[in-house]
Design a protein around this ligand. Sequence first.
Ligand SMILES: C[S@@+](CC[C@H](N)C(=O)[O-])C[C@H]1O[C@@H](n2cnc3c(N)ncnc32)[C@H](O)[C@@H]1O
Length: 229
Amino acid sequence: MTQRMTLISSPCYVPESKLEKIDSLQNLFPSSQPLSLEIGCGIGDFIVQLAAQKPQQNFVAIDIFNRGCDKTCRRIDEAGLSNVRVLRTEARSLLLRHIKQQSLHAIYINCPDPWPKKRHRKRRLVNAEFLKIALYCLEEGGHFHFSTDFVDYGIEAGKLLTAEPGFSNCHDHPNVHDLGDYPISKYMRRFLERGQPIYYCHYLRRPGYAAEPPPPPKKGFRLRWVKES
Ligand SMILES: C[S@@+](CC[C@H](N)C(=O)[O-])C[C@H]1O[C@@H](n2cnc3c(N)ncnc32)[C@H](O)[C@@H]1O
């Protein structure tokens, strides 16, 4: 797919090439604070709310689409937030190549591409293999947040998370509809306004769980973004 590329000049935008030159994503921020990652930030509605809610944390928001990154940066600049950096990159590529073991306080994934057709479901980002990568990168007690409007994806993610011994559930059901003070993303709002419930999962990485270094993911959709290291 060809994207029309917009040059992003915002101070919160980090070109992917810069990652090769830094030792840790923490070096992108003025102060060292717990670091969280939003995957698939879209146009930035969610991260702007979250980063304003939690000024004592740093956030990296990523998306594979340049226009989304541009819009996210504009929102962050307008809101005057200094605790967010935006990168145009692929989630597994970033996690496997640039995020150290147990270095993330939280991972947020909202309304990821649902790939509704049965033959496309293997393209979904959140699967058992992805959860192993997330467990490796999350700190002890680190948070994994997932939300979707897509019933089948919500149920499947809840099952996978419940079956994964490295995670413990913060709720008494694999996924819930009550979002509490969880910020609402653009896609979440769209579906809530149509009266469709959001399937929300909030799990913690179990303290003491020995996460194995994840193998590079098998060939799969969008994995052309994962370069050889
Ligand atoms: C359906 S949109 C949801 C956007 C936003 N999270 C929301 O809820 O409004 C999914 C977003 O995830 C991005 N995306 C899809 N796969 C990705 C991946 N493997 N790594 C990073 N971003 C991805 C897409 O470019 C798109 O912007």
